[in-house]
Design a protein around this ligand. Structure first.
Ligand SMILES: [Zn+2]
Length: 312
């Protein structure tokens, strides 16, 4: 499928349960363009090395600031001298994460969620340990925005906003062939993690749901995601994802019939067998749903002894 687009998929192993990320390389206007990079680790280095020897890499496009996509951008830039582009929001978010003071605020926020101290320690340590997988940070040459177009392989793609998984996530669509590089916006098999982050968007799930409904208008036939295999019929998958969130919201309304902390709700949804890395995603996902319900007036929140309690 990708051969017809003159695009090569470079799948890089990740040391997580989500064990790979699909990055892409194709000829652009002034050389070769890379989309997403992997973590800054040996796997990514070894995966990219064969592509760099005989090609001039002119551009690196990063879809969002998460380490599996952004992590090796700085490293690749050092190796190739390529320009790095991302959306303004994601550039700002990546820059903010470098700042140390975030750790303390994050700890406090997690404690407000009713998460036990020991678990909070592990969660913030995991977050900090990511720093080495995203260093050095790239020098960003310019910002990409919705409506921008670029050549990637045989065809030109238009950039679309895709808020939800990350506030400034972007996707790429070629209309004439109905091909969507959906990045982490629409994934097969797993649903993209929609997390509340204590910064940025206050209601990311609302943004995500609204955006998915907009994407249905594209009626994309071929979807090439950043995790998992390419698949047909974006709208069918969008409907499945929307249904999943509806069901989860119903489940949460049932849980918060008794006053519950974020941690209480999280354990009931995802169980206790989570690594601290997975717990961060689970907590973020739990809050995004709770905040969505609050915004719709279907749930209320108050604070007792520094801990938020949610209740229908
Ligand atoms: Zn991803």
């Amino acid at each position: 499928m990708l051969e017809n687009l003159d695009v090569t998929s470079v799948t890089i192993k990740l040391p997580f349960r989500l064990n790979h990320v699909n990055c892409f390389i194709a000829e652009g206007a002034d050389g070769w363009t890379i989309i997403d990079t992997g973590l800054h680790d040996l796997e990514a280095y070894n995966s990219w090395k064969p592509f760099l020897d005989s090609r001039k890499i002119s551009d690196i496009i990063v879809t969002h600031h998460h380490p599996d996509h952004y992590g090796f951008a700085g490293g690749l830039q050092e190796m190739t001298g390529a320009k790095v582009f991302m959306s303004k929001i994601e550039h700002e978010t990546a820059s903010a994460i470098i700042k140390k003071e975030r750790d303390e605020t994050l700890k406090e926020n997690y404690l407000n969620c009713g998460i036990p101290k020991k678990v909070v320690e592990d969660m913030t340590n995991t977050e900090t340990s990511f720093n080495q997988m995203v260093s050095p940070h790239p020098q960003v040459s310019g910002h990409l925005k919705a409506g921008d177009k670029f050549q990637f392989g045989r065809y030109e793609y238009e950039i679309f906003d895709a808020p939800g998984h990350a506030d400034g996530l972007i996707t790429f669509f070629n209309k004439e062939n109905s091909v969507l590089f959906s990045t982490d916006h629409i994934l097969p098999k797993i649903t993209p993690n929609i997390s509340y982050h204590f910064y940025g968007e206050s209601n990311p799930l609302e943004q995500y749901i609204t955006s998915l409904r907009e994407y249905k208008k594209l009626e994309a036939e071929l979807v090439i995601p950043s995790h998992g295999k390419p698949f047909k019929n974006a709208n069918k998958r969008i409907d499945e994802i929307l249904k999943h969130h509806d069901e989860r919201l119903v489940q949460i309304i049932d849980i918060v019939k008794v006053p519950s902390t974020v941690f209480d709700v999280c354990l009931k949804l995802f169980g206790e067998n989570l690594t601290s890395h997975e717990m961060r995603f689970a907590i973020g996902e739990t809050i995004s749903h709770l905040e969505y319900l609050i915004n719709r007036g279907e749930c209320s929140k108050d604070i007792f002894k520094g801990i938020f309690q949610y209740q229908v």
